[in-house]
Design a protein around this ligand. Structure first.
Ligand code: 15L
Length: 277
């Protein structure tokens, strides 16, 4: 991997991953619609929108591998999810193939399986159960990744990213927390591991209270260096209620399954049950 593109480089994860990736590849091209500042040593900056064909071409031109973080990272109205996360991601993959890209790391999310009840251990092989429209777009992205691996020979790693913030704050995020260093390590494996067709892994650190069995990631060589466990006592002692309605508190995706987070009051759905004991 000589020339790598990081999309969404101005986002919450992108900003930190750009720093982590400094010097990792001979050339790192960072892209976003938002300001990215000046290119550092070994960097190129492309300001652009994955929904615009000319911008996409400039992003992928001459690139060997892509870490695709770009797009909407939380719930949004359907029209936006469709345009950016579904159509935009499809078009980016298509442009990548046309440009001869060999590897893609797709930033999926735990919200692709967010409607599974808490406590159910998942290893990535079970049927998706999205908890919101955003999660649904991530299920699409995982299927798109399988399609591009099978039909176009691009090696793709779909990472169901958990909670990539400074520290876990709730019982749910004690299991889903990931340190940016670990997430970057996993992304690099997706680009650099010698043999890869398409795999789905969980973007989490070494957390004792997780519901996710990350055997596939470990088989690829992932050895997380961080753990959420140092915050277990603090979170257990906290009296701050976890956000979300009763459904949200029962499912792995938490508040994303909660009406208040759907961001589109006109389309509020009634609270549902998970359909499971
Ligand atoms: C996500 O997919 C979001 O991008 C992030 O902002 C977090 O909210 C995270 O999931 C989560 O599960 O809380």
């Amino acid at each position: 991997m000589k020339r790598v593109l990081l999309t969404g480089a101005a986002g919450g994860i992108g900003l930190r991953m750009r720093r982590e990736l400094r010097g990792a590849f001979p050339m790192l091209r960072v892209s976003d619609m938002a300001d990215l500042g000046l290119a550092g040593p070994g960097e190129e900056v492309v300001i652009g929108d994955i929904c615009n064909p000319d911008d996409r071409k400039r992003m992928v031109d001459g690139i060997d591998g892509i870490i695709h973080l770009g797009g909407l990272s939380v719930e949004n109205p359907w029209e936006d999810i469709l345009r950016v996360n579904i159509d935009g991601t499809y078009r980016l993959f298509e442009a990548a193939y046309e440009a001869g890209v060999k590897r893609i790391v797709f930033a999926s999310s735990n919200h692709a399986i967010g409607f599974y009840p808490r406590g159910r251990i998942l290893d990535g092989s079970e049927r998706p159960r999205p908890d919101c429209r955003y999660g649904l777009s991530k299920v699409f992205g995982e299927a798109l990744s399988q399609y591009f691996a099978d039909n176009y020979g691009i090696g793709i790693l779909s990472i169901r990213i958990g909670w990539c913030f400074q520290k876990p704050e709730t019982p749910r995020t004690l299991g889903s927390w990931v340190h940016i260093g670990d997430l970057t390590r996993l992304c690099r494996l997706g680009l650099e591991t010698p043999e890869l067709h398409h795999e789905i892994v969980f973007g989490i650190s070494d957390n004792a209270r997780t519901w996710w069995d990350n055997t596939t990631a470990r088989r690829l060589g992932y050895v997380p260096q961080y753990s959420a466990d140092q915050w277990i006592d603090e979170v257990d002692a906290s009296t701050t209620p976890e956000p979300g309605n009763a459904v949200a508190l029962g499912v792995q995706g938490g508040p994303f399954a909660s009406e208040g987070y759907r961001g589109d009051p006109a389309r509020v759905l009634p609270a549902r049950s998970t359909g499971e004991a």
